[in-house]
Write a protein that binds this ligand. Structure first.
Ligand code: SAH
Length: 341
């Protein structure tokens, strides 16, 4: 059966027309799902019993079960969701002054193989559908009785490797008749799938693009991120420049600092050269050491020096607050895949 959350509003209207229903009914259903966040077609009380039956016969609601929920001492919460086929994914809720931010997964597993990331340790199973991506937001809103204001595609998976479903999920999240999460409050983070960056630039989405750069020479970047062997730094930076030109949006560069690896002044100087003249922001992430990983976190002193150097050269750089480390919910720590683990 089809997952009703896989459809954006226009597509849902089409589905309804094909079922012999009026398009405005699709809009009613859309509101029940995304505004009221109901868990059953029976709760959609302004629809006839007959229509509710028809919907039940044609669609599932895709309601996640919470397998596990952990809370960090800093208030960050990590969910392990049963995605209803024996697989499980992680989603992280962060409480910021400016609102509730949800870090969501886009795939079950990841193919990118970044050496410093725990998600690399899990076998790639499959893409999440748009509805499965969006249900992470709905499930957390139901559980906590809150409204999510920011969504970041920084959980498990490479969002641009699941391009169509991610873009459609953004359209659903963004729709004013539903969750109404402003596109500017949605960030996609990519390890650098260059052709998809060009494609994304054409979507006119207004969402934020983050690039996981992490190194300033091809040698070092390839060592950390195998994707660099496919699309090197020069190709990546060209795609970013074109993206900024086409979209008029700033790009955020993520740079995870690993001790004696990519955190010295030479690296900072090369980073300044790479970003010169670009409308960019640098997000410095103290790297989280993963089990059996070779990269160690840089010292606070090196991180601050790195930031200050970038700032002194006119590049806006901030240090990402480490949230949820004690429950393995911080950057690069998400890994749960199946129910048995
Ligand atoms: N696949 C996407 C999104 C997921 S990761 C991407 O690569 O961008 C979100 C961010 O966390 C990325 O910048 C990623 O490189 C970073 N990250 C992964 N492992 C990390 C670790 N151990 N410590 C700090 N950041 C890490």
């Amino acid at each position: 059966m089809k997952n009703i959350k896989d459809y954006n509003l226009d597509e849902l209207k089409e589905e309804f027309i094909n079922l012999g229903e009026k398009p405005f009914r699709a809009e009613q259903v859309f509101k029940w799902i995304y505004e009221a966040n109901v868990t059953s077609f029976d709760d959609m009380t302004n629809l006839s019993l007959e229509l509710r039956e028809k919907l039940k016969n044609n669609f599932t609601m895709c309601i996640y079960k919470i397998i596990k929920k952990q809370e960090s001492s800093d208030g960050t919460k990590k969910y392990l969701f049963d995605v209803l086929d024996g697989n499980a994914i992680e989603t992280v809720l962060m409480d910021y002054k400016h609102g509730k931010s949800l870090c969501i997964s886009s795939q079950i597993g990841c193919k990118m193989g970044c050496k410093f990331c725990a998600s690399t340790g899990i076998k790639f199973e499959r893409n999440l559908s748009s509805g499965e991506i969006v249900e992470q937001v709905l499930a957390v809103q139901r559980d906590e009785n809150i409204k999510i204001s920011n969504v970041v595609f920084m959980g498990i998976g490479e969002p641009l490797d699941n391009y169509n479903n991610v873009v459609n999920a953004i359209k659903i999240l963004n729709n004013q008749k539903g969750l109404s999460i402003g596109a500017r409050h949605i960030s996609i983070s990519t390890s650098g799938l260059v052709p998809m960056i060009y494609k994304l630039a054409e979507e006119n989405l207004q969402s934020t693009l983050s690039i996981s750069l992490h190194a300033t020479t091809n040698e070092k970047r390839s060592e950390m991120m195998p994707v660099n062997n496919r699309y090197n730094i020069e190709e990546l930076m060209q795609a970013c420049k074109d993206y900024i030109k086409t979209t008029n949006r700033r790009i955020s560069f993520e740079y995870a600092l690993a001790k004696d690896n990519n955190d010295n002044l030479e690296d900072a100087k090369r980073l300044v050269n790479l970003l010169r003249g670009m409308n960019a922001h640098v997000n410095l992430i103290p790297i989280n050491k993963i089990k059996d990983g070779k990269f160690e976190k840089s010292s606070n002193e090196s991180i601050i020096k790195f930031r200050d150097y970038l700032n002194s050269k006119g590049i806006v750089a901030t240090i990402r607050r480490e949230l949820g480390t004690d429950i393995d919910a911080a950057c690069g720590q998400l890994r749960r895949k199946n129910l048995k683990e």
